[in-house]
Design a protein around this ligand. Structure first.
Ligand code: NAD
Ligand code: AKB
Length: 310
């Protein structure tokens, strides 16, 4: 691994960062992957390789870390997610946009060679076709989070076209995982439900029973993330962000699947403000462009996800 480019993961203590750091270290060597966050990550991330405390809004601290470790690739995951962003819109805008700009500028200055930045299905809104939502379609998001992700996508494409910054992005659906808790999203119900099923055999859901959303198991998301970063640059034809799709289900269907393995499990519904966010998002996603350009394909369906989670 002596010639392996050094990789920085910002937001390494989060739901995605935790698993991304572990998988990158697994593939490229522990010392090649520097984890960074404003909070302490779990034991495996902290002890498995280099870790730096970093506020992504602090440009000087970021540059110091990038120079210290001779970083050539950055995965910029630090952000406020949809539900938390609605509670603090101005700070969400600041963090989600400035965090991205600080990394894009490193690309523009040719200090780093390759950047990953995630977008979300939240770029879509109530006027978007809900079923099999195409790669290019109406994007009129109604959440502050969605607005920040859509703006971020446009900036990524701009930096690629204008400054030749090799930035790559995918629009994650709601992600399901168990190595670290989700960080304040609307799709978090699909993780909480498993913790509550295990602890109390019941769950009160903050979305309606029939609220279908695009979801994905974390292993698929990590494969997509590393997949787009490792493929030849000329295959990445979309420089805003790619649709990727896993599986679509609603809370009732997920509860039924859990009940198959845990007959005593029950679910009740008490929709809150997150229902409105969820309703504005697609029910299913067309990811044929990602499949054609760089060979993306998901593996996990609802029953394999439930098996793994339980
Ligand atoms: P998360 O909230 O679990 O993790 C974000 C991490 O960023 C946290 O560990 C947090 O401490 C860190 N962070 C916050 N502010 C920071 C700062 N100023 N400097 C450095 N670190 C900071 O989020 P996640 O679910 O892992 O999401 C990561 C990215 O993926 C986000 O951009 C999110 O919008 C996107 N995304 C996630 C999902 C999902 O379902 N998890 C879906 C779509 C898109
Ligand atoms: C959220 O619910 O905010 C995230 C997302 C789909 O971007 N999981």
């Amino acid at each position: 691994m002596a010639n392996q480019e050094r990789i920085l993961v910002v937001g390494a203590a989060g739901q995605i960062g935790t698993e991304l750091v572990l998988e990158l270290r697994n593939r490229f060597g522990n010392d090649s992957v520097i984890a960074a966050d404003i909070k302490t990550p779990n034991y495996d991330v902290m002890e498995g390789g280099p870790f730096e405390f970093l506020d992504i809004l602090d440009k000087n601290a970021l540059l110091k870390i990038v120079r210290k470790h001779n970083i050539k690739q950055v995965y910029q995951l630090a952000a406020l997610l949809s539900a938390t962003a609605e509670q603090n819109p101005m700070f969400a805008w600041k963090l989600n946009m400035e965090g991205l700009f600080n990394i894009l500028e490193l690309g523009k200055e040719k200090i780093v060679d390759k950047i990953f930045w995630p977008s979300s299905i939240a770029v879509f809104g109530p006027t978007t076709p809900r079923e099999n939502t195409p790669q290019i379609t109406i994007t009129e998001p109604s959440s502050v989070y969605g607005v920040s992700k859509l703006a971020g996508e446009r900036w990524c494409e701009y930096y690629f076209n204008k400054f030749n910054v090799d930035v790559r992005s995918i629009r994650y659906p709601g992600l399901i995982s168990h190595k670290s808790q989700p960080g304040g999203g609307t799709t978090d119900y699909a993780v909480h439900i498993f913790y509550e099923a295990k602890r109390h055999q019941k769950y009160e859901c903050f979305l309606k029973a029939d609220c279908t959303l695009p979801m994905m198991y974390m292993d698929d998301a990590i494969n997509a993330t590393i997949g787009i970063m490792e493929c030849d640059s000329n295959k990445v034809k979309t420089r805003s962000s790619y649709n990727i799709s896993g599986v679509s289900f609603n809370p009732e269907e997920l509860a039924l699947e859990i009940k198959n393995q845990m007959p005593e499990f029950t679910i009740t519904y008490a929709p809150d403000y997150r229902q409105q966010l969820a309703e504005s998002w697609p029910a299913s996603i067309d990811d044929s462009v990602a499949n054609k350009d760089w060979g993306w394909k998901h593996q996990y369906d609802i029953s394999t996800i439930v098996n793994e989670m339980l």
